[in-house]
Design a protein. Structure first.
Length: 240
C-alpha cells in the first residue's frame, strides 16, 4: 500500500461511516471541543486490525509512525486514535526514537483532549518504562511542556508505573515540580495518580499531600483523597 493511498483509504472509511449523532452525543464530555467523524469505537478498532494485518506485511514501525504524523495533524479523534493504535500493536519494536516521534504528536496539538491523552498514557507510554526502553528521566521535559496535554500525560502514565516496581517516593519526587501547574486537566491527572498511589502505599503519599495541601490546587487534593474516609480527609483540609 502506498502512503498516500493508505491515507485516502482511511479518510474514505471514516467519512462513509460518519454519524453526526454520535459526535453530538460525546461532544458534551469535551469542553475544549470534540473534532470527530462520529464512528463507532468497536467498528474503528475492528477496521484498524484489518488495516494493520494488511499493511504490516510490507511496512515496518517507521512507516506507521510516518502515517501517524499525518493522521494526528488532522485533529480528528478517530484518526489520532488510529495512529496510537498502530504503534501499540507493535509494542515490541518501540525504541527511544519511537518516544521522540510520539512526543511530537502532543507538541503539535494533534492529540489534544483528555480521551486521547489518557488512551496514550494508559496503553502505550507505560510500555516504554515497563520494557525499560527509556528511563523515567526521559519524561522529565514533559513536566514543563507548553502543551497542557503533554503535562497531563506524565502523572497518568505513572499510574501504571506504580505496579512496575518503582519506589513510590521516587515517583512522588518526579511529579513534585508539577504541583504548581495552573491547568485543570493537569490537576486532575496529578490527583488521579496520587489517589492510585495512596491505595498502594499510603504513608509517603500522605506525607506528600501534607506538604502541598495549603499551596497546590485544591482539585488535586480533592481527587487524591477521594477514596479516603471523611475523617482521613480532614487531615488534608487547607489552612485558611
Amino acid at each position: 500500500m502506498e502512503f498516500q493511498g493508505a491515507l485516502k483509504e482511511i479518510r474514505s472509511f471514516y467519512e462513509s461511516h460518519a454519524d453526526p449523532a454520535l459526535v453530538r452525543k460525546y461532544a458534551k464530555f469535551f469542553v475544549e471541543g470534540y473534532d470527530a467523524f462520529g464512528v463507532d469505537g468497536k467498528l474503528t478498532a475492528s477496521q484498524r486490525k484489518v488495516w494493520f494485518e494488511d499493511w504490516s506485511r510490507e511496512h515496518d514501525l517507521g512507516w506507521f509512525l510516518d502515517l501517524g504524523d499525518q493522521l494526528v495533524k488532522t485533529g480528528k479523534w478517530e484518526e489520532g486514535f488510529l495512529a496510537m493504535g498502530f504503534i501499540t500493536m507493535q509494542i515490541d519494536a518501540i525504541s527511544p526514537a519511537t518516544l521522540q516521534r510520539v512526543s511530537a504528536w502532543l507538541d503539535e496539538g494533534g492529540l489534544a483532549n483528555w480521551a486521547a491523552i489518557d488512551t496514550l498514557s494508559g496503553e502505550l507510554l507505560p510500555a516504554f518504562l515497563s520494557k525499560k526502553v527509556v528511563p523515567l528521566s526521559a519524561f522529565a521535559g514533559w513536566r514543563s511542556a507548553s502543551s497542557k496535554w503533554k503535562r497531563r500525560a506524565v502523572p497518568v502514565t505513572l499510574i501504571k508505573t506504580l505496579k512496575l516496581g518503582y519506589n513510590t517516593e521516587e515517583l512522588l519526587a518526579f511529579i513534585d515540580p508539577m504541583l504548581g501547574d495552573t491547568e485543570k486537566v493537569v490537576h486532575q491527572g496529578l490527583g488521579w495518580f496520587l489517589r492510585e498511589a495512596w491505595k498502594l502505599d499510603r504513608k509517603p503519599v500522605e506525607a506528600f499531600l501534607l506538604k502541598w495541601k495549603d499551596t497546590c490546587a485544591r482539585l488535586i487534593i480533592q481527587y487524591a483523597t477521594e477514596k479516603m474516609t471523611k475523617e482521613e480527609k480532614l487531615r488534608f483540609k487547607r489552612i485558611k
